[in-house]
Design a protein around this ligand. Structure first.
Ligand code: ACO
Length: 311
């Protein structure tokens, strides 16, 4: 009965074992996972846009090949994640409909434009760096299909982060203009990167329950701090200045102190008023609608094959 199933679920989570699709789970757990995994998948797919925009303008064949590989990886991540969500009884087509109708979210970070090629480096360094800090603990998420998808995704994210850092190191050894472009991109992406981790713990309605269920392993503020601690020394090696006069090392806490991000800006972006929200969603919608003939053709082909199988 329901009581026994509930106990078994609690014990699985408590003993750090994995919940699998066939297992009983509380409705709230299922809903939370669908929300988070769908939002994560949408982020990967929408996240192809700011970088995809530079594929035809990459400055060399090598940079183009790297960027192409990276953008294709993001598509793959989106597809694994939609598959993980489907194990919870939802359909990818339905999730996509919700995304283009703006009924489901995707990460705030992808509503900012990539203005120069230095942005490609900074997205790899900061945005993918933040994604790694946020996502490595998800490899230990209590829901098996999500945790397993995250293992491969994290390996690929670490390649993304390194290609970004390597591009920035190269640009910082280049011309005065290149160094200026890098600094300008860092100035624009730093605060939005900190916002990727979500609202401060005191304003995060989901964290407590998600941690109790073993979906999240750390709070938003813990991960934000970890990201800052990791990134400040990398900025020093690069020779760029992070745009926060409040940054300083606290030897007692063994952490960097930093200023509060502009949470009003964060809420505006979530409400659809970031610099690129409309463009991102409209482009996704157009791609989805433009691809309908492919889906129809695939369905017709599958039906024909099934018919032949029966004959
Ligand atoms: N962008 C957009 N929405 C956000 C963001 C963000 N950066 N941070 C928080 N939110 C939303 C939450 O989804 C939630 O809204 P909802 O209840 O309507 O879904 C609301 O703000 C309150 O936030 P929290 O209570 O802190 O929500 P949650 O516990 O889900 O934590 C977090 C947010 C940390 C983003 C979590 O969902 C997560 O780890 N997701 C998986 C990682 C991910 O989605 N990464 C995408 C970007 S990285 C990349 O793709 C390269």
């Amino acid at each position: 009965d329901e009581e026994r199933l509930h106990q078994r679920f609690e014990s699985t989570v408590e003993h750090d074992q994995r919940v699998e699709p066939r297992d009983w789970m509380p409705e709230g757990y299922r809903k939370t996972l669908v929300r988070q995994i769908a939002q994560h998948a949408h982020s990967e797919i929408i996240g192809m846009q700011p970088e995809g925009n530079w594929l035809t303008r990459a400055p060399s064949l090598r940079r183009k090949a790297i960027l192409l590989a990276k953008v294709q990886d993001e598509a793959g991540h989106g597809l694994y994640l939609y598959s993980a969500a489907e194990t919870l009884g939802v359909e990818r087509s339905d999730l996509t409909e919700k995304l283009v109708a703006r009924r489901q979210k995707y990460s705030s970070i992808f509503n900012y434009p990539a203005l120069t090629f230095a942005d490609i480096g900074v997205i790899g360094w900061l945005v993918d760096g933040a994604a790694i800090v946020n996502q490595v603990p998800l490899c230990r998420c209590s829901y098996g299909p999500y945790a397993r998808a995250m293992i491969r995704i994290c390996k690929e994210e670490s390649f993304h982060q390194r290609q970004g850092y390597e591009l920035l190191l190269t640009m910082m050894h280049g011309s005065e203009q290149q160094r200026r472009d890098v600094q300008d991109a860092v100035d624009r992406w730093w605060w939005p990167s900190l916002m990727m981790f979500g609202p401060p713990d005191g304003d995060s309605p989901n964290t407590q329950q998600s941690m109790a269920w073993g979906i999240k392993r750390h709070t938003n503020d813990q991960l934000r701090q970890k990201f800052v601690d990791m990134t400040v020394p990398q900025a020093e090696v690069l020779g760029v200045t992070l745009p926060d006069s409040g940054l300083s090392y606290n030897a007692e806490r063994e952490h960097y102190e930093f200023s509060e991000p502009d949470w009003e800006e964060f809420h505006r972006v979530l409400a659809g008023e970031g610099p690129c929200n409309t463009q991102r969603v409209e482009r996704r919608r157009a791609a989805h609608e433009g691809g309908s003939w492919v889906r129809e053709a695939a369905a017709a082909h599958a039906a024909k094959q099934a018919e032949r199988g029966r004959a």
